[in-house]
Design a protein around this ligand. Structure first.
Ligand SMILES: C[S@@+](CC[C@H](N)C(=O)[O-])C[C@H]1O[C@@H](n2cnc3c(N)ncnc32)[C@H](O)[C@@H]1O
Length: 311
């Protein structure tokens, strides 16, 4: 009998980002991580997450390596340029290097086709979880998004790329159909990550030079310069979610009343908000008609960044 869903996801994070990772997984998969691992029938591209290291699409689930081998021998498909790796788990249950090597050799020798470790067309993975052997297609995070760390136009108030990637997933739960607005988009950090993942997002920025810089950044990565240089309070459309990285008193002159107006406008234009702030704005969120669903804290130097999801 089948025990596992279709996909196994392996994640990793530095300790300060644990809460952010847990929140991303909870919103995208509706599940909690267990030993930095998660099983789901939801297909999610690992490269769209800052935390997912790899996704194993399970083809065979068996009690022994020999039974996996039997299935592979039965499969007469030719996989030219394939690679097989042992998928290491984040717990103590990994088998020794010698055992892993022996299994890889044995199975690889029975897959039809030729190996190619450098440029594989097919990447397979095998691992052992809870006394079951799993074999499948190994889809790793390509980490190409690290190139977004070097935008032509930077901004001291920008979000980091990892936080931006996580908040776009938190905003739409990984859905390609839901619309997102970043109404105070700065130099477009969330826009680059959302567009890169194929999400529907628009951005507004009140400051002319910053809006221009955001569009320069978008074009640099091959996206259309979609940032509108206008006050978010003039937005007429409605969106499924807003990502509001609120301008804060720490770096820019903004009053609590202006912050309240930003949250109120976010309520008018979006059903759901992901609010990013350096202060607790729970009361304003609730007074604006939002109900808080999830929250997490991400340390930023001496400060704490609050990330709150409300609907
Ligand atoms: C904290 S920064 C956003 C940074 C952005 N997340 C990034 O990574 O680049 C807030 C931005 O909101 C803009 N802003 C402030 N009030 C605004 C308004 N009423 N409408 C649109 N943008 C506004 C500011 O100019 C500032 O660039």
């Amino acid at each position: 009998m089948k025990k596992f869903p279709k996909y196994m996801y392996i994640v990793n994070y530095p300790t300060p980002e644990e809460e952010l990772c847990n929140l991303e997984m909870k919103v995208v998969f509706g599940k909690e991580l267990k030993e930095k691992m998660l099983f789901s029938d939801i297909e999610f591209n690992p490269s769209n997450s800052p935390f997912i290291k790899t996704r194993l699409e399970i083809i065979y689930e068996k009690d022994s390596v020999e039974e996996i081998l039997e299935e592979i021998i039965k499969d007469k498909t030719v996989y030219n340029n394939f690679k097989l790796e042992y998928v290491r788990l984040n717990n103590e249950n990994n088998i020794s290097y010698d055992e892993r090597l022996a299994i890889i050799k044995n199975i690889s020798n029975n897959i039809q086709g030729c190996h190619n470790f450098k440029n594989p067309e097919f990447s397979f993975g095998i691992t052992k979880v809870e006394n079951k052997w799993l074999f499948g297609i190994d889809n790793k995070n390509d980490y190409k998004w690290h190139s977004h760390d070097n935008k032509p136009c930077s901004y001291s108030n920008s979000l980091g790329v990892k936080v931006a990637k996580a908040v776009v997933n938190i905003a739409n739960g990984g859905s390609k159909d839901k619309t997102i607005i970043d109404p105070c988009c700065g130099v477009g950090t969330t826009l680059v990550e959302a567009l890169d993942a194929g999400y529907l997002i628009e951005g507004y920025e009140i400051n002319k030079q910053i809006a221009k810089n955001a569009n320069t950044n978008l074009e640099f990565y091959g996206f259309n310069p979609i940032v509108v240089n206008d006050d978010m309070h003039n937005i007429k459309k409605s969106y499924d979610s807003s990502i509001v990285d609120i301008p804060y008193g720490l770096f820019s002159h903004i009053t609590v009343d202006e912050q309240r107006k930003i949250i109120e406008t976010a309520r008018r234009i979006s059903r759901r908000i992901v609010l990013i702030s350096f202060e607790n704005h729970d009361l304003i969120l609730e007074q604006s008609g939002f109900k808080i669903q999830h929250r997490c804290i991400v340390p930023k130097g001496k400060f704490k960044r609050f990330i709150v999801v409300a609907e």
